[in-house]
Ligand binder design. Structure first.
Ligand code: ATP
Ligand code: MG
Length: 276
């Protein structure tokens, strides 16, 4: 099988290192000449909106996936006309926008922090009045490693914060007094078969994930599998998904999903029979 990957960064490189022993071949589309995955497959040196290059990729591979979720929606829509793309455009649309993500959790009965859609400073002030402080204001899209978010602790933290995050659509979330953070990496096949890796306990420093420890038998494993399974089914998801949770009051609150392999799953490279 030949797999096309949008993006040729570190996660793409690890995908190829895991897939090659399984008999898979790879082609990467990445505009960077020094894309670090390029040595492990073919490299199409082109932009993500380059339709000639996308068509060439689609003609050359059996399916396409991506290694970062800010791949333009138009790129996925264009490719989907010619070749299967996994995870689907719909999974990507939801996972890249914190409002869609948290609305889906709520609709599926998965506990998640209180949240409100924020399109202006007035919206922010109204939401702070109903959700209360502390709270976290996050840009709806493009955040990673804690970038694009601000914790609001005191009433005086609220003024000017919408502009500080760039006056872009945001989400205000109630601050969760969590006792821990855990993530579950799941994989669902085209026929619906679903497998879960053990729950991983994550420690962040300055917003960046520093330590992930996998549990042999975490007491919240089956609850996490139940929640993640609901999302996989709802999206008719195909591929690897990572789901981040807050551990609170002996239960779980959903934080976010990543529609791809994830840094909290890097332990699977040596720690599992099959790397994520
Ligand atoms: N509602 C919240 N309550 C308490 N802490 C939070 C909340 N939201 C986020 N945090 C803290 O900030 C961290 C980063 O938040 P989040 O996962 O939403 O952003 P991100 O930038 O996408 O992060 P990453 O790329 O590391 O996954 C969380 O792991 C958690 O430690
Ligand atoms: Mg996160």
């Amino acid at each position: 099988m030949k797999i096309g990957v949008i993006g040729g960064g570190q996660l793409g490189r690890m995908l190829a290192l895991a897939g090659t022993p399984l008999g898979m071949n790879f082609a990467f589309l990445d505009p960077a000449a020094d894309a670090c995955a390029a040595s492990l497959g073919e490299h199409l040196l082109a932009g993500y909106a380059d339709q000639d290059a996308l068509r060439q990729l689609a003609n050359d591979v059996d399916l396409v996936t991506f290694e970062f979720e800010s791949v333009p929606a138009e790129t996925v829509a264009f490719l989907s006309q010619f070749v299967p793309v996994y995870p689907s455009a719909e999974g990507l649309r939801i996972a890249r926008d914190r409002l869609f993500e948290k609305s889906m959790f709520r609709d599926l009965g998965i506990p998640t922090p209180a949240f409100a859609d924020i399109l202006s400073q007035q919206d922010l002030e109204a939401a702070v009045a109903s959700i209360g402080l502390p709270a976290v204001l996050k840009t709806r899209t493009l955040g990673y490693d804690g970038k694009g978010q601000k914790v609001l602790r005191q009433p005086q933290d609220v003024a000017g914060t919408f502009a500080e995050l760039g006056s872009v659509p945001c989400l205000l979330e109630g601050f969760v007094p969590f006792t821990g953070e855990v993530s579950l990496v799941a994989v669902r096949a085209r026929d619906g078969e679903t497998r879960f890796y053990p729950l991983v306990h994550n420690t962040h420093v300055d917003g960046i994930l520093r330590l992930s420890v996998a549990s042999a038998a975490h007491p919240l494993q089956s609850l996490a599998e139940d929640y993640v399974g609901r999302v996989l089914k709802q999206l008719d998801y195909v591929g690897v998904m990572a789901f981040e949770f807050f551990e609170v009051d002996g239960g779980l609150k959903a934080n976010e999903i990543a529609p791809r392999v994830h840094n909290s799953g890097h332990w699977t490279i040596e720690g599992a029979e099959c790397s994520q």
